[in-house]
Design a binder for this molecule. Structure first.
Ligand SMILES: [Zn+2]
Length: 437
């Protein structure tokens, strides 16, 4: 049993309760008590490990709803989406060997854990190697393949089914496998229908890039005579088990189709901004009742897994674009990064409430990011988390009841080894594709 006392407990529960000097109790992989005041039960504390969270915010772990393990970053920061994919991303993921995939995933997950991310929705290749990395570091990972038509030399639905058979349910259920579709420019309506059929057969979900760029929309209209989300709808791909990433260029009709099907959206504003893809119509999507979580996308496209940065972007870009400072207020943005992401994946995480899974982070407020800080002011706590903090304020990361990081030290893997091997992985991959020669 693990008892966390004396923290500012930001529950993100249905009532949005905040308990100053509150407690969180973990037994196994579950939360058994969350509330005000210190927890004490006669006879039980003797065997419990107690964390004194004085000066800390105790909150749900962040959920990165659109994620790619990254083998490289900072290599083609000036290119738009399609060109960056052709120049580096596709060649690099075609060149991955098993060891490179493992260490690239380990380094990516390490960065996420250090930034308070407890769940990643990771579309990449070589899922058994990613699954090993997720099990070793202790992160909760939903994995999907980069499925495309065969001529693109990425993954097939058969690869995705093999990955499901190999690694779904690993790590005590922390690792799941879903069906992935890279994006419509590399797909066909038949491939989308087959992806839906496979997901239904396996009883699992779907992860797809959708309406990310204007070039994608133009490509879809030219090849299929319909916009991307319309094509996905026609093929039956959409649904409450589907996470559609980006959704930057949605028409009103497409927003209605996502709503009708209960499809969840991952909003990735820093990636969209850096690649020059635009700004998603989040106010209209929220008005339509869509569930929206947040993702960093890939280090190749946003250079950091720090979801605190993504939260800030997820507010500021909309305020700037609409000249409206009332948009995307801090508690709602934090909900996107926690409970909305959990809802999108059907997970019992994303909020601190008895009975839910024990994915919890402790954020240290004893630093300049959180100073000045008034006494017992919940609105200011939300504000500092979204607008002032970055991931380096995260002190402790607990996933499925396991303490993965404590005092910023990752306990499950040797950090210097991960960094060294990730550099070697990049060198192997760039050697194969002849990058920089
Ligand atoms: Zn992506």
């Amino acid at each position: 049993m693990l008892v966390i006392n004396n923290g500012t407990v930001v529950t993100m529960d249905d009532a949005r309760s905040v308990h100053f000097g509150g407690h969180v109790v973990i037994d196994g992989d579950r939360l058994t008590a969350v509330g005000p005041g210190s927890w004490s039960a006669p006879g039980a504390t003797a065997s419990a490990e107690v964390i004194d969270a004085s000066g800390m915010i105790v909150m749900p772990g962040l959920i990165d709803l659109h994620y790619h393990t990254a083998v490289g970053k900072g290599l083609c920061d000036h290119l738009p989406l399609w060109e960056s994919l052709e120049e580096f991303w596709y060649p690099s993921i075609r060149a991955l060997d098993a060891e490179s995939a493992y260490w690239a995933a380990a380094a990516s997950y390490l960065e996420s854990v250090k930034n308070g991310v407890t769940t990643v929705n990771d579309m990449y290749r070589r899922l058994p190697d990613l699954g090993r990395a997720a099990v070793d570091i202790g992160i909760r990972a939903v994995l999907s393949n980069d499925v495309a038509l065969p001529e693109h030399d990425l993954d097939t639905l058969a690869d995705n089914k093999d990955a499901y058979d190999a690694v779904h349910g690993a790590g005590g259920g922390r690792v799941e496998v879903r069906v992935g579709i890279e994006w419509l420019p590399l797909a066909s309506p038949q491939l989308l229908r087959d992806a839906r059929a496979l997901a239904d057969e396996l009883g699992t979900g779907i992860h797809v890039h959708l309406n990310e760029s204007l070039t994608e929309v133009e490509d879809s209209r030219r090849r299929f005579g319909r916009r991307p989300a319309e094509v996905a709808y026609d093929a039956g791909l959409l649904g409450p088990d589907c996470v559609a990433a980006h959704c930057v260029w949605l028409s009103d009709t497409e927003i209605a189709l996502l709503r009708e099907t209960g499809t969840h959206v991952s909003h990735n504003p820093s990636s969209n901004a850096k690649l020059g893809n635009g700004i998603a119509r989040i106010p209209e999507m929220l008005s339509a009742g869509l569930n929206i979580g947040l993702g960093h996308d890939a280090a190749e496209s946003s250079n950091t897994c720090d979801l605190f940065q993504v939260m800030k972007f997820a507010s500021l870009v909309h305020r700037a674009a609409r000249t409206d400072a009332s948009l995307q207020q801090a508690p709602d943005v934090l909900a996107m990064a926690t409970r909305n992401g959990a809802a999108a994946l059907g997970h019992e995480t994303g909020q601190l409430a008895a009975g839910r899974k024990a994915d919890v982070i402790l954020v240290d407020t004893r630093n300049v990011m959180f100073t000045p800080l008034a006494d017992r002011n919940a609105a200011q706590v939300y504000s500092h988390l979204v607008f002032a903090a970055n991931g380096s304020a995260v002190d402790t990361t607990i996933i499925d009841g396991q303490v993965v990081m404590r005092g910023r030290e990752v306990l499950t893997m040797d950090e210097p080894t991960v960094l060294r091997e990730a550099n070697k992985a990049l060198a192997r991959v760039t050697g194969v594709i002849g990058w920089g020669k």
